[in-house]
Design a protein around this ligand. Structure first.
Ligand code: ADP
Ligand code: MG
Length: 474
């Protein structure tokens, strides 16, 4: 996509001057990360990486992404309640992927014991790229949906004034006034607050379950502060704390440090390295409890890449959302080609096609957090090695989305200023609350635009590849 800022990009001196303004604005607005060297103190902090200029986003695709978010909320929630669907869909995966298998075992155990939880809270982020067809038309295509620990809803609200300041410094006042306000952390906090209220114990707390390494704490604090503003207490604990001090009473209420926990909001627990044996035990304790888990383990499983691939099979959406033809059509319109590598003829054909033309595809394992996908020559080599082995069922195959690059500057602490060819990924935050069978909240809560240099095939902001951005609708 052509940059709306061509004239600015040609003027190196202006870029240099405005980059300094941008960094100060980011620090003032709280676009912050702790440093890699000192991730667990706030004595020294950096600005979180961001683009110098807001990136162009086609307004029709932006609206389409918002319009389908409530459908995705309903879909994820429906999957999480469909034991048979999860069981059938993940059957081949859990034979070869130990992490998914362990999550699945907890899911089954909790269901067998009988769910103590009756209020459900989902916070997700559906991510998209703008695929450029051969005739140059752009289409919204979903990359994935994140149903656990979807991040940057806090910091992203703060890039709007930063980019506004940048545009004004460049004399572009009218353009600055067109940047959309955006505050996902408020919407997400409203969902957490609703779940807390429905849990029905005014003295109970909200527990953020956080990682050992807490570089992205400011993003979480944005949501936390929204809750304190509503007089809801928030505590931050790690799996280790839960293992050592967490307990359930006779009614399966969760207690820690003498406090009852109404809502557990996971910002941890989505990758195998988050778990040792004690952490798995802590996870089981949390899942067995009456506390509202965001997400419960079934909803985490609903966000696996294997589930995403099965959703694209003809008839699956109709089965999961009966009587909702409009929603099904909106959802399906965002799907890229997705292919199962399950053993059998269908899988064999897919593997052969990918080996013959690897640049058309992305090979994805059941992992989150960026940096796990395989592309091009590496994809071909891995598939050739595992093509006749059930190991291949740990992956899914997806059509590669081909967005149009545009030039921007990616600002990072301690990095030289230099123009890059970039591509962007748009995420829409969804939040919903269900009490028993009744949906009591279902909303789109805001957006996140992340941009990265084209030479990186993979990786998000936390992985050090993408940077925060603000959409400039065109
Ligand atoms: P993760 O759970 O690790 O975030 P994703 O499915 O989001 O996994 O993939 C990580 C990154 O890889 C994305 O942010 C995107 O940049 C790139 N990517 C993923 N799928 C595709 C695709 N089908 N086409 C092009 N790029 C993709
Ligand atoms: Mg992703």
């Amino acid at each position: 996509m052509a940059s709306p800022w061509e004239s600015v990009l040609r003027d190196e001196e202006a870029v240099r001057a405005v980059a300094a303004v941008a960094v100060d604005a980011a620090l003032l607005e709280g676009v912050l990360l702790r440093t890699q060297g000192h991730p667990n103190t706030s004595d020294v902090v950096n600005f979180a990486p961001f683009t110098l200029l807001p990136s162009a986003v086609p307004s029709d695709l932006f609206e389409q992404a918002y319009a389908v978010q409530q459908d995705f909320n309903l879909l994820v929630d429906a999957i999480s309640q469909n034991k048979e669907f999860l069981e059938q869909t993940l059957a081949s995966t859990i034979k070869v992927d130990d992490f998914t298998a362990r999550l699945f075992r907890i899911h089954v155990q909790v269901l067998e014991e009988g769910l103590a939880q009756s209020v459900f809270l989902g916070i997700n982020r559906s991510d998209y790229m703008f695929d450029c067809g051969e005739d140059g038309t752009l289409a919204l295509k979903q990359i994935e949906i994140n149903t656990i620990a979807a991040s940057f809803g806090g910091l992203t609200s703060r890039t709007v004034p930063v980019h506004g300041r940048v545009l004004k410094a460049l004399g572009k006042f009218e353009e600055a006034s067109r940047l959309l306000p955006n505050n996902p952390s408020k919407g997400l906090a409203l969902g957490i607050a609703k779940a807390w209220e429905l849990y029905g114990s005014p003295s109970a707390v909200v527990m953020f379950l956080v990682e050992e390494v807490q570089r992205n704490i400011f993003d979480q604090r944005c949501i936390e502060n929204e809750l304190w503003n509503r007089n809801i207490r928030v505590i931050r604990k790690r799996f280790r704390d839960v293992f050592e001090k967490g307990s359930l009473d006779d009614a399966k209420r969760l207690h820690i440090d003498g406090q009852e926990v109404a809502v557990v909001y996971y910002r941890e627990g989505y990758v195998p390295t988050n778990y040792d044996q004690q952490n798995w035990e802590a996870r089981l304790l949390l899942e067995r409890s009456k506390a509202v888990k965001c997400p419960d383990i079934a909803t985490q499983l609903a966000g696996t890449k294997k589930v995403q691939q099965e959703l694209s099979r003809p008839g699956t959406l109709e089965r999961l959302l009966p009587g909702r033809a409009d929603a099904v059509a909106r959802l399906r319109a965002t799907f890229a080609g997705l292919y199962s590598l399950d053993m059998g003829e269908e899988g064999d054909k897919v593997v052969a096609a990918a080996i013959a033309d690897p640049d058309r595809f992305v090979l994805k394992p059941q992992r989150e957090g960026g940096g796990n996908n395989l592309y091009g020559e590496e994809l071909r080599q891995v598939l050739e090695k595992i093509r006749h082995s059930p190991e291949r069922t740990a992956y899914i195959l997806m059509d590669k989305i081909k967005p149009q690059p545009s030039v921007n500057y990616l600002l990072r602490a301690h990095s030289p200023l230099r123009a890059s060819e970039c591509i962007s990924e748009l995420g829409i935050f969804g939040v919903y609350v269900r009490q028993g069978k009744e949906m009591v909240m279902n909303k789109a809560a805001g957006h996140l635009l992340r941009t990265k240099a084209v030479e990186h095939a993979d990786g998000g902001v936390a992985a050090g590849v993408a940077v925060l951005d603000t959409p400039y609708l065109v």
